[in-house]
Design a protein around this ligand. Structure first.
Ligand code: ZID
Length: 229
């Protein structure tokens, strides 16, 4: 069977969860990467059976998540993590959650994966229109929502089996003006879509790995709440 790592699952409402379920239903083993500040409540909810209803697969069995990894995809290596994040109470008690370290842990635990899913985005100023977005807000959005895909590929491709596939989730607001999708989020998807073409060329030629993105429709996820979907 195939093994999938899905980055960006912290509850049962979003795309990551739904993709995990489809992959599980198709027989894949599921590993997830969960944003550090959301990890405790996600694991507690999983253990207490809060998601059991939404874990039901078409054959009646429950989706098993083999392992949940703490992940913050805006940091590539421990050296990149600022002191105030390290000592933040939402991060203390967790370790090895930078992209490089998570990839190392997955390799140590499982050796290889076949499928990499990027289902994460964050834009601290998403409620501001682009014209009013700060440099900080814009760059933070691109770091979390676009570069994170490059970083994940960079660190996971070496353990991906040939013929492996990766995917991310985009949004049409990068092609057409959609008021409300602010804070530079429209820019993050423009970067993501352009990067997908370049990365597909590079990863395909060099490693036999596919890179794709899907322009998603509206889903009432936690992230979408922030933009009032
Ligand atoms: P979600 O909240 O389930 O997933 C986002 C995840 O990212 C959460 O679990 C966060 O904890 C996690 N995360 C945030 N920052 C970090 C970080 N630094 N490191 C690690 N994890 C982090 O929401 P979702 O399912 O909506 O989002 C998944 C992907 O789908 C994102 O790339 C979205 O941009 C994309 N997407 C979602 C929708 C939607 O409607 N939910 C649409 C298009 C694309 C969309 O916005 N009409 C209006 C809006 C839309 C479509 C149509």
């Amino acid at each position: 069977g195939k093994r999938a790592f899905i980055a960006g699952v912290a509850d049962d409402n979003g795309y990551g969860w739904a993709i995990a379920k489809s992959l599980a239903a198709a027989g894949a083993e599921i590993l997830v990467g969960t944003w550090v500040p959301a990890l405790k409540i996600f694991e507690t909810s999983l253990q207490r059976g809060k998601f059991d209803e939404s874990r039901v697969l078409p054959d009646g069995s429950l989706m098993e998540i083999t392992k949940v990894y703490a992940l913050d995809a805006v940091y590539d290596t421990p050296e990149d993590v600022p002191e105030d994040v390290k000592s933040n109470r939402r991060y203390v008690g967790f370790s090895k959650w930078t992209v490089k370290e998570v990839a190392e842990s997955v390799k140590e635990d499982f050796g290889s994966i076949d499928i990499l899913v990027h289902s994460l985005a964050n834009g601290p100023e998403v409620t501001k229109c682009l014209l009013e977005t700060s440099r900080y807000g814009y760059l933070a959005a691109v770091s979390a929502s676009s570069y994170s895909f490059i970083s994940l590929l960079q660190h996971f491709i070496p353990m991906m089996n040939p013929g492996g596939a990766s995917i991310s989730l985009s949004y049409i607001a990068c092609d057409r003006v959609i008021p409300g999708y602010g804070g530079g989020m429209s820019s993050t998807k423009a970067a993501l879509e352009s990067d997908t073409k370049v990365l597909a060329f590079e990863a395909g030629r060099k490693h036999g790995i596919r890179v794709n993105t899907i322009s998603a429709g509206p889903v009432r996820s936690r992230a979408a709440n922030a933009i009032g979907i």
